[in-house]
Each structure stands twice: as C-alpha cells, then as structure tokens.
Design a binder for this molecule. Structure first.
Ligand SMILES: [Ca+2]
Ligand SMILES: [Ca+2]
Length: 604
C-alpha cells in the first residue's frame, strides 16, 4: 500500500486532474438514508386501530380490545397498492393515542392479544412487516408517545421506561425498520400530570438497535412541514438551524428535510361515511406538485377499512392518481437533447451539461469553483409545447443554488417563464403552456458552484392546475411598487393562482396600483381580492381596452380584506387595474381575480 501513495500524490497534484475533482460538498448534506428517503419521494401512511371500528379519530383508551376485529386483514394488499402507486416506504400506526397495540406487546394487556380477533393470536405488525419484506417495501412504524390507556402515563420516569420497552420490543422483534415516526401530542396522565417525554432516551434506543432508521417529525432526521394539507412552501429548504430534536450538542445548520403529511380522506382513520369524500385526482396532483414538486416528501395517509384492506374507493383513486402521474411524466422532452452549458467544470465531460438530460440523478452538470452563476440550454429542432419544468440539484453535495429562473425561446425571443429560490432534490414548476424552441435554466445566485443533476420539461393537460378560473391568472402583470424591488413579491404573484404567493409593496407605500393585461378584450363583471391582512381602505377597479385609452372606473370600494368579492355592471376590458387610493399600511395581496359572466370561481 505504501508504494501507491507517491503515485496518488502525483495524480492529485496535477492541475488538470485537480480541476476535474468534484466540488467540495456544501455542508450540511443528507445522510445516505435521508437521501434514499428523499429520492423515494412518496411514503404511504396507514392509520389503523380501534378507531377504525369505533368510527372515531382519537380513542380515549377505554375501548375494549374486542372492538378490533378486521374481518379479512390483508397487508399484502396494502403493499401491492403502495407499490403500484409508487410509494417508497410504508408507515403503520403500531399504537395511536388510545394505547391499543397492533402487536402482542409484553408490556401491556391493551393489545391484539386481548382481543377476540383471531383468538388473541393475531399480530398486525407481524403481517405488515412480512408483507413489506415480501414486496421489497421499506417498513416503518408510528408509535404514539401519548398513551391514554397506559396507567403509568404521566408518571414520567416510569412511562419513559415503558415507552423505551415498547420501542425495543418492536425494533428487536420485527425489524429491520427504515423509519420511526413520532407524533408530539402530549396529554395529562391519570395522575393529572403531563408526561415529560425523554426524547434522548427514545432516540438513543433507536440509534442503538436500528442505526439506519430515520427518526421523523419529533425526531432529528425528518421535519414536519407545518400543516396537514400536504403542501410545502415554494423554495422549501432542507437546511435548517439545529433545533431541539438534534440534541443540545448539535451546532449550526443541519440537514432536516420537510415531509408533507395529508390524508386521502378527510379523516386519518377509515370512516365509511367518507367513502364519497376521497380526494379527487386533481386535488392529489395539486398536492403532489406542492410537496414532491417543492423539495419535500409526500406522506399520504390511506387508512385500511374494517375488513383490514384499503377500500375499493381509495384503490380506485390511487390507480387514477398513478395513471395521471404516468401520463404527465411520460415523455421528458429534454431527454437526450443537445445541451449547452455556460461553463463546464475543468472542461471535463464528467461535469458536462449533458448530465442534466441523462435520466441519472448521480451525474450532474457542474461549474468551476467560484462560478456561482450560469446557464444550461436545451434546444429542439421543432418547437415543443411545455407546461411542466423539472429541476433537480445533486443534493449529496448540499443545497447550493439560492435563486434561479427558466427562460423559453419563442419566435426567436427569450422570455422568463418561471423561477424559484432553493432547488434541492426537486422543483416542479407548472407554467401556462409555452411553445418553445429552446429552454434555459439560469442560475442567478448560488452559495457554491452549482451541481444540477436533472433539467426536464413535460407537456400534459393533466398538469394544468384546477385554478380559480380568473381571467387574470398567469397573465402579464405590473405594479407601481414592489417590496424589495425583487421577484419574490412581484406583481405576478398576485395573479399566479397560487394562494401562497403574494405581491407586496414597500413599508411606506399607501397608494399604489396593480395592473394586469388580459391579452384580449373580455367582458368582466366581478373581481376578488385576497389581502394578507385588511389594509386597503379605499380602492377603485379601473379598466381600458387599449394602452392609449384613459382608465375608466368599473367600481369603487373602501375596505377589501382577506376574502373580498364584488360584482359590477359588465364592461369590455383588456387592461384591468386595482388602484389602491389609501391603506393603513403597505398593501400586500395574495391574489387579485378578474371574472366574466358565467365564469364562476372554482375551488380545487
Ligand atoms: Ca443526471
Ligand atoms: Ca399568489
């Protein structure tokens, strides 16, 4: 071995070879298991337990174990559905807040063992992990720290030991597990005291017994996105300040990616009364674009029914959801097309622009150290309709890009069609259909030389968001003032049909206007305004047909507020202006909608 060292030194010291080295990682970076989890993109959640049979969402811990009686439990059916839909992991609620254990725990009599179901011989966790193993599906469990049945709950040291016992039992009897999911709910125990959870001992138990298992939500490896609608923020980042769950000795920034949990039904547990309330494909696609498409993992809950199977209603919806995703992502228009990068790291083919179109997440286009702006371009012989853009960073080297935009070349002219801030594992951008001769990903700002592993484009009518039906949606907009002068709070954010982006003005502004070009004369008779908070105290809706015409007033109003809607006599307009004449503070608006007769606002 010693003899190799001088040779290696010579190779590493050569300048040509040095330039071909991969960029240094920008810490923090994901662990191998965080990377696997992120790339799997979708996890299935299965809420199953006594609540399934009592028709409740939260049990009180007083349920008789006999109420748990699935008539035809089939965990293989769960795994088949998960695989067919494209989920990369499954999480079962081994114990919910009611304390009933789906495995015959030695540490309580409140479990399947005390149930008449299968004469006390049943074991849902066993069947679940065996079905997962058979289907090559990573298995995970949810174990509720809050336990409304366990008498020691609230007696903190005793219950913590009980909880560690149960964790140990699950991990050693049924492992391997890919993840443990902790809910932070915490109620009073029978002694009237609130239990103090000993998180470090829970984490220590998992790290010792299953070192590669992720610890999610109330845990150091995966972060709750902050809502239960399955929606991340635009520019969601996996890099966070170290928090309570990383432990007291963790310093600075940590890799702590977001997970978006949502149920396919209104409730987390199965209720027959919700069979007709399974989320629509349109809604599921919207969730997909706002979770997976915003650098997060989608955790979709699909609760088994009283038979112990995923109901036919949910099966049908999952099948339709998969078919829609397959249709949208059937053809990557960029795949294998000629590419051009503004800079190639060390001029080495290993970092070539072609790496963004090779369908391999482990190859990337990279630039020289210190080159933190640049672009990669893809061209077609014949113009292509595009309405979905896919951009992915090579996250083993960290989140590097801070701001980017997408340009499309139409009729020989480049124009910006989309943009964002953090990319991370994946950004999916839905845009109005553009027929492009070429597309360009422009990195405007990066914390270190960028490493982009994928840049793709798709076209499918199914990708079009349900939208509000506003005639102003996605049309060119302009404003008299924009907060910070940048793109984050631009005028377009008030007409992008995205209720989570807003146009904002500088703090001192009280009078301003927002103008939108409907692109053709339209009959309009209704507007909607959604303010961040009520600030507008006087405004006018103005319109005109051509740019050289004077503005006419369609209606005047005083207060607008968070959800304002007003009708006025129909007028013909191409340009529509929300003219704010006074406000209590700088106006900022989520959405400004313009509608014509018969165009009803639709809720997705
Ligand atoms: Ca690649
Ligand atoms: Ca918006």
């Amino acid at each position: 071995m010693h003899r190799l060292i001088p040779t290696l030194l010579v190779i590493l010291a050569g300048p040509a070879v040095r330039a071909a080295e991969p960029p240094a990682p920008l810490v923090p970076v994901p662990s191998p298991q965080q990377l696997r989890w992120q790339r799997a993109e979708m996890t299935m959640f299965l809420h199953f337990g006594v609540n399934t049979f009592t028709d409740r969402e939260w049990g009180d811990g007083k349920e008789s174990p006999d109420v748990f009686h699935p008539t035809d439990l089939d965990c293989r059916q769960w795994v088949r559905q998960a695989r067919a839909t494209g989920f990369g992991m499954m999480i079962l609620t081994a114990k919910h807040h009611d304390g009933f254990c789906l495995w015959p725990s030695r540490f309580t009599d409140h479990s399947v063992r005390s149930s008449k179901w299968q004469d006390g011989q049943g074991d849902v966790v066993r069947q679940f992990v065996e079905a997962c193993r058979e289907g090559q599906m990573p298995a995970a469990f949810y174990l509720s720290p809050w336990d409304r049945h366990e008498p020691s709950y609230g007696d903190s040291p005793r219950y913590n030991q009980h909880f560690v016992n149960q964790l140990t039992e699950l991990l050693t009897t049924y492992g391997p597990f890919a993840e443990v999911w902790f809910d932070g709910a915490c109620g009073e125990g029978p002694n009237g005291k609130r239990q103090e959870y000993d998180w470090p001992s829970y984490y220590g138990t998992i790290r010792k017994l299953e070192p590669t298992a992720l610890i999610a939500i109330c845990g150091p490896d995966v972060r709750w996105v902050g809502n239960e609608s399955g929606v991340a923020r635009s520019g969601e980042s996996s890099v966070r300040d170290a928090g309570a769950h990383q432990g007291s000795d963790a310093r600075g920034k940590v890799w702590y990616p977001a997970e978006c949990d949502v149920s396919i039904r209104p409730g987390w547990f199965y209720h027959a009364s919700q069979d007709d309330k399974v989320k629509s494909v349109t809604h599921l696609l919207d969730i997909y674009f706002k979770s997976v498409g915003r650098n997060s993992v989608l955790l979709l809950n699909v609760p088994p029914d009283r038979a112990g199977q995923i109901s036919k209603f949910d099966v049908q919806r999952l099948t339709e959801f998969r078919a829609a995703l397959d249709e949208i992502f059937k053809t990557d228009l960029c795949a294998g097309r000629p590419t051009h990068g503004s800079n190639i790291r060390g001029n080495n083919p290993r970092f070539a622009a072609a790496n963004v179109t090779d369908g391999n997440l482990d190859t990337y286009w990279g630039t020289d150290d210190g080159v933190t702006t640049g672009s990669v371009e893809i061209a077609w012989e014949a113009a292509q309709p595009v309405n979905v853009i896919n951009v992915q960073e090579y996250i083993p080297l960290g989140e590097r890009v801070r701001r980017y935009h997408i340009e499309a070349k139409t009729a020989g002219q480049w124009r910006t069609v989309a943009g964002g801030t953090i990319i991370g594992h994946r950004n999916l951008l839905r845009i109005p259909v553009v027929t492009a001769q070429a597309l360009r990903l422009v990195i405007d700002e990066a914390a270190a030389c960028p490493a982009i592993c994928s840049f793709g484009a798709y076209h499918s009518e199914l990708a079009a968001p349900a939208g509000s039906g506003s005639l102003a949606a996605h049309q060119p907009a302009d404003a008299s003032n924009v907060h910070g002068g940048g793109t984050v709070f631009g005028a377009d954010k008030a007409v992008d049909d995205d209720p989570e982006t807003r146009w904002a003005t500088a703090d001192e502004v009280r009078q301003c206007w927002l103008e939108v070009d409907l692109r053709q004369p339209q009959t309009i008779d209704r507007i909607t305004i959604a303010e961040l908070e009520p600030r507008i105290t006087k405004f006018q809706i103005e319109y005109r047909l051509t740019l050289d015409e004077a503005w006419k007033t369609a209606m005047s109003g005083d207060k607008a507020g968070r959800r304002f809607e007003a009708n006025f006599p129909p007028v013909q307009a191409r340009h529509v202006r929300l003219h704010i004449l006074d406000a209590t503070f700088a106006p900022t608006i989520w959405e400004f909608g313009v509608f014509g007769p018969g165009k009803q606002e639709r809720k997705p």
